[in-house]
Design a protein around this ligand. Structure first.
Ligand code: IMP
Length: 179
């Protein structure tokens, strides 16, 4: 698998160090708020696990599965394949996401959760690809900014593979032409 990687953009050590810092920021801001961390499956799994290791406050964890069908239009459409099964009314929510690209996924989910009566909704996101943005999104807690390249690893996939790489990398061109 590693032989398919052209370049490493964010190393395992960088991810671990930055995630620990983000966990400490969350601890300060949510000390007495008993937040619900909402991971968006599947990409958020390693990032969520890394955050939780360092998050020494009362926090619950939940997951949602959403899929985006961007097509060729800029509006996009988000489908909820697995919804939350707890009430979020008057709760402080932190969405845990792997990457924000167009912003459509996070924007839609943040709106949805606010409409359901959450007390607050913020985002902690490992990566930001600002060049892909189609709609503004407020990411309060951000790990790293990456260039306009398709990245894999640490939860991010290409055709459901490479999520288990411990770093963020770019695939070699030849990988895309394989069957
Ligand atoms: P957005 O709605 O365009 O912001 O979509 C974010 C979702 O698109 C992420 O949760 C990923 O699943 C996927 N995505 C966007 N860019 C990449 C990438 O470079 N590699 C892998 N998945 C990506």
């Amino acid at each position: 698998m590693e032989q398919d990687i052209k370049e490493i953009l964010v190393t395992q050590t960088q991810i671990e160090t930055r995630t620990k810092e983000l966990a400490h920021e969350l601890m300060q801001d949510y000390q007495d708020k008993r937040p619900i961390l909402i991971g968006l499956l599947k990409g958020s799994v390693p990032f969520m696990a890394e955050l939780l290791k360092h998050l020494d406050i009362y926090a619950q964890t939940e997951f949602m599965v959403v899929s985006s069908y961007h097509g060729t239009v800029s509006t996009g459409e988000i489908h909820i394949l697995k919804d939350l099964d707890v009430s979020i009314k008057d709760r402080h929510l932190v969405i845990v996401e792997d990457i924000v690209d167009t912003g459509l996924t996070l924007n839609t989910i943040m709106d949805l959760l606010m409409h359901r009566g959450a007390a607050s909704v913020e985002v902690v996101c490992l990566l930001d690809k600002p060049s892909g943005r189609k709609i503004p999104v407020r990411v309060k807690y951000l790990g790293f900014t990456v260039p306009n390249e398709f990245v894999v690893g640490f939860g991010l996939d290409y055709n459901e593979y490479y999520r288990n790489l411990p770093y963020i990398g770019v695939l070699k061109e030849e990988v895309y032409s394989r069957r």
